[in-house]
Design a protein. Structure first.
Ligand code: 5RP
Length: 263
């Protein structure tokens, strides 16, 4: 791995503990104006001090995020389908490597779909992204997207994560599931979990804690942070789990204290 690749990866994954809190804010690329991200900067600004990196699309990056901001960007470079269209998970490449470099991306994020009709298309497009990343020393994060029909179990997520790593991912983002240690063990690159749909804060913190215990190096979490009743308190609590080895209960207590709630 060359110096540039290692340097960018060390911006995404904190070298002090090998963990990361990535803040996913890319939802609009297939969900439109997602609740909480209608005005992206308004939501993101107070969260930035507690995130190790941001994951936006180039549109939100260019139009909503000030270029002076000192935070690494993992740029969403896949898309082309929508929540209302017929082929949600048939994503292709949406950003050229030239533009990703112009935007000073520290990493590229691409969704693959394993086990469905367009598996081959997404995996081959992903391999192109890996080649582009290698050429310029930019790490690639594979997002293991899950179709509506698919079971989020260790067998399926382990298969998708391993395939992503075999093709060339430097990191994998997947969903937490029972037996998650099997997913991590079978994946030779660092794994982060997505938060998924909004769930109660205590449950989201338990999930993050269980994922870390199973070997994940952190989270790439969106809705469970920015749709929280108190997003700043929530990202601080997630950070405590990821970087301070807090238990889920300790983190939830922190969330409540930070939210100014009575016990
Ligand atoms: C789609 C994605 C999302 O756009 C997003 O990054 C997911 O984050 P969360 O589930 O935590 O809201 O990756 O596949």
């Amino acid at each position: 791995m060359d110096w540039g690749m290692k340097n960018r990866l060390s911006r995404i994954i904190r070298p002090q503990d090998g963990h990361t809190v990535m803040l996913a804010i890319d939802h609009g690329y297939f969900l439109g104006p997602t609740t909480g991200l209608e005005n992206p900067w308004k939501t993101i600004e107070p969260l930035v001090p507690y995130a190790d990196c941001l994951m936006p699309t180039r549109g939100v990056l260019r139009s909503c995020i000030p270029p002076e901001l000192d935070i690494p960007i993992v740029l969403r470079v896949s898309g082309g389908t929508s929540i209302v269209g017929p082929e949600l998970l048939h994503e292709g490449i949406t950003v050229s490597i030239d533009d990703a470099i112009r935007l000073n991306a520290s990493g590229l994020a691409f969704s693959i779909l394993v086990g469905a009709e367009y598996e081959r298309d997404t995996l081959l497009a992903f391999s192109e992204i890996c080649d582009m990343g290698e050429e310029y020393g930019i790490p690639v994060l594979a997002v293991t997207a899950v179709g509506r029909e698919m079971v989020r179990d260790a067998k399926y997520l382990g298969l998708a994560s391993r395939i992503a790593a075999e093709i060339g991912a430097h990191m994998v983002k997947t969903y937490y599931c029972e037996g998650f240690e099997k997913v991590v063990e079978g994946c030779p690159v660092p794994v982060v979990i997505a938060g998924g749909k909004k769930i109660p804060e205590r449950d989201a913190l338990q999930m993050a804690h269980a994922a870390l215990q199973a070997g994940a190096i952190g989270v790439d979490m969106g809705r469970n942070i920015f749709q929280s009743e108190n997003p700043v308190a929530m990202i601080k609590a997630v950070r405590a789990v990821v970087h301070e080895n807090a238990t889920a209960e300790e983190a939830y207590e922190l969330f409540k204290t930070e939210s100014g709630q009575q016990r």
